[in-house]
Design a protein around this ligand. Structure first.
Ligand code: SAH
Length: 692
């Protein structure tokens, strides 16, 4: 069987459908899966084990046989815990075939084949009866079907079905209950992920302020969850306006309803401010008494308890439909609306007429009406709202633009054309090449230009760079070619080098003395020790005494299948690391020239300067807008004594995990890591190899 996989081609900026063998999807799924991360989550594993032991004991004390249903068994871990705790029999359900196969092997290796039956089905397909998958209904229900939003992986419909058809009434459930918590906050940083702030430009003829169109002001945004490592958000970046409040709970030992509903709590702000964001997380009580609790609460909630790092469960950021000024002590209602798979929030001021109130409690799931939220994702909003970054672009545009400049901007959803116009360019055009079929940004830009009286000032050219004709440019040559560069289809930092390919495609339209901004780019690299991110790629060996090496081997195979020489994108502001080497410039790309035919490659060695574990290399791009103004999409600052790194908060960097980790100890004779890095100009991809 063949599958087709969509991938953006960094040399054309467009999506292409590549035919892949049937193994491809499977290997991607395993290699990028969170199984390793879950197995490393000690806090989760210990508490599940305690909860399962307690549930088995309660059933045994009642003199019943302990029959366990484990929905989504993965490696079989929770079933093995149950069997070890004395369960009489476990039905381990797993829908994903490769995992079900792995579970069979792992269960066998650990000697539980007679106690655990692995069933490769979705739980809703499982049958009960003498000829069914299960002989009888279970009296212990064990699952781990939660995502950061709790219900995003379909836990509610799965539980609803299981209670109806697969478990006995009054069954024990591990976890017993989940509770969702919320806290109302004001945060310019997080709010900047949802809406565009006015952009101030000092122009020759006075200050210009670029404002978003009114549709954008009141747009609820998109429904997709914003899950982040909230523990990396410094307390100076937000201000809490309420206490932590319990929003809703789900008791998993009773029938569960998945149909859409809402929950409402009353709040009294502890401080006046602008209500913008609802931060949310959950905890699970493994037993009815609540003594075995596993919580995702961020650092400021219980500052004394040790935090467990995990990436499979983080915290959620919800954006209120609009900003609401609130007063300390005022009566407010916060509503959580949910459907089967997602949650969204709404804030109301208390009114005397309660009845009328109820009617507007449940608002529709957020749907972007302004189109900007389809064009810009949340980090991109943050980037466009980054004033110091904008200032760098303004400063460099001011250097290169003249009153007779004919300017073409090639970047997706960029404000540069407007800046260029304000800064006095005579003629400004823009091209947004990686526009997809699903979405045409034209209407958005029309609204944008209208809100700023810029109609007819900036022309959107709706052809791909290679199809550009002189008539699109009113038969003029381009004197200033600009780009951020940013393209929505880019996954890895160097994919934005598409700007270079586009520049090459429009070569014949460039004036002889054209200025290209950025004039060049460079690829930088540094060896790092991760505080925690290493766990997602690290073999686990045994987990709570169970041998899970079969899983480790599976992940290793999948990583080797295709991706071994490839890096993966991660937003490193969320994943702290320590530099073990100096940052090093490894390749440069000259945008004043066309893309060469030959590959660009480099080899060298980098010295490890600090004690630590070399988990991998981080790579990022820097753009040299002019000779003396550069912007980095990676490292912003390095604190030299400790090697702590500050990363660009809007961009993902490329991480290349080394297949084996070395520990550098002796600083007098620094260990060197040798590297070979190759930029293939035919494919636009970077391949790399490191030797430790
Ligand atoms: N129980 C394991 C793995 C949890 S990951 C552990 O705790 O370590 C969740 C697993 O559940 C995934 O492997 C997913 O494929 C599976 N899954 C999710 N919903 C399911 C359902 N309704 N029926 C069967 N498997 C399901």
């Amino acid at each position: 069987m063949k599958t087709f996989c969509g991938r953006a081609n960094p040399t054309t900026g467009s999506m292409e459908w590549l035919e892949e063998g049937e193994d491809y999807d499977y290997h991607q799924e395993i290699a990028r899966s969170r199984y390793a991360d879950m197995l490393h989550d000690k806090d989760r594993n210990v508490k599940y084990y305690q909860g399962i032991r307690a549930a088995v004991s309660r059933v045994k004390e009642r003199g019943e046989k302990a029959i366990v249903l484990d929905i989504g068994t993965g490696t079989g871990l929770l079933s093995m815990m149950a069997a070890s705790a004395g369960a009489d029999f476990c039905y381990a359900i797993e829908v994903f075939k490769p995992m079900a196969n792995a579970a069979v092997k792992i269960v066998e290796k650990n000697g539980f084949s007679d106690k655990i039956k692995v069933i490769n089905k979705h739980s809703t397909e499982v049958t009960v009866g003498p000829d069914g998958d299960m002989q009888c209904r279970a009296n212990i229900l064990v699952t781990e079907l939660f995502d950061t939003e709790l219900i995003g992986e379909g836990a509610l419909p799965t539980y609803e079905h299981a209670h109806k058809y697969l478990v006995q009434e009054g069954c024990e459930a591990v976890p017993h209950r989940a509770t969702v918590y919320v806290q109302l906050v004001e945060s310019r940083r997080m709010w900047s992920w949802k809406k565009l702030f006015p952009v101030h430009v000092e122009a020759e003829d006075g200050e210009k302020i670029l404002v978003p169109p009114s549709e954008m002001e009141n747009c609820p945004g998109v429904p997709s969850v914003c899950d982040i490592q909230l523990n990396q958000m410094p307390s100076s970046d937000f201000s809490t306006l309420s206490d932590v409040v319990k929003m809703f709970s789900v008791d998993f030992s009773k029938p569960v309803q998945s149909a859409s509903t809402y929950y409402r709590v009353q709040l009294e702000p502890v401080k006046s401010g602008k209500a913008q964001i609802v931060l949310s997380w959950w905890d699970i009580d493994m037993d009815p008494s609540g003594m075995i609790n596993c919580t995702m609460a961020p650092y400021w909630v219980k500052p004394t308890s040790a935090l467990q790092w995990r990436d499979h469960w983080m915290q959620c950021v919800y954006f209120l439909p609009h900003e609401e000024p609130v007063l300390q002590g005022e009566k407010l209602f916060l509503t959580a609306c949910r459907d089967e798979y997602s949650v969204w929030y709404n804030l109301q001021k208390a009114r005397a007429d309660e009845e009328e109130h109820k009617a507007d409690v449940c608002v529709e799931s957020p749907v972007c009406r302004c189109r900007a939220h389809l064009l810009w994702n949340r980090p991109r909003f943050g980037e466009l709202n980054d004033q110091s970054r904008t200032r760098q672009y303004i400063k460099s545009l001011r250097k290169v633009l003249k009153t007779d400049s004919v300017c073409l901007c090639i970047s997706d959803g960029s404000l540069l054309p407007v800046l260029a116009h304000y800064l006095g360019a005579k003629q400004v055009q823009c091209m947004q090449p990686s526009r997809t079929d699903l979405y045409h940004p034209h209407e958005l830009w029309e609204a944008f230009f209208k809100a700023n009286n810029l109609e007819d000032k900036i022309k959107i050219i709706e052809v791909r760079p290679e199809l550009l004709k002189p008539s699109h440019l009113e038969d003029k040559k381009i004197s200033v070619l600009v780009g951020e560069p940013f393209f929505t289809t880019s996954l890895l930092p160097w994919h934005n080098l598409y700007f270079w390919y586009a520049r090459t495609a429009v070569s014949t339209h460039l004036a002889r003395n054209v200025t290209v901004l950025p004039q060049s780019a460079s690829l930088h690299m540094m060896i790092v020790e991760f505080q925690d991110l290493w766990r997602i790629r690290s073999p686990c060996g045994t987990c709570e005494g169970f041998d899970v090496r079969t899983m480790d081997d599976m992940i290793k195979d999948s990583l080797n299948f295709r991706e071994s020489k490839e890096a993966e994108p991660h937003p490193l502001w969320e994943y702290p690391c320590k530099s073990l080497s100096e940052p090093q410039e490894v390749l440069t790309f000259d945008f004043t020239k066309t893309v060469p035919q030959h590959c660009l490659s480099t080899e060298g060695s980098v010295k490890l300067l600090r004690k630590g574990k070399s988990h991998g290399a981080v790579l990022w791009m820097e753009y040299h807008l002019t000779a003396d103004i550069s912007v980095s999409t990676g490292l912003m600052q390095l604190s030299n004594e400790k090697g702590n790194c500050e990363w660009n908060p809007h961009c993902k960097q490329a991480v290349y995990f080394f297949s084996s980790v070395i520990e550098s100890e002796i600083l007098s004779d620094p260990t060197a890591v040798t590297y070979a890095i190759n930029f293939d100009t035919k494919t636009g991809e970077v391949a790399m190899d490191f030797k430790l």
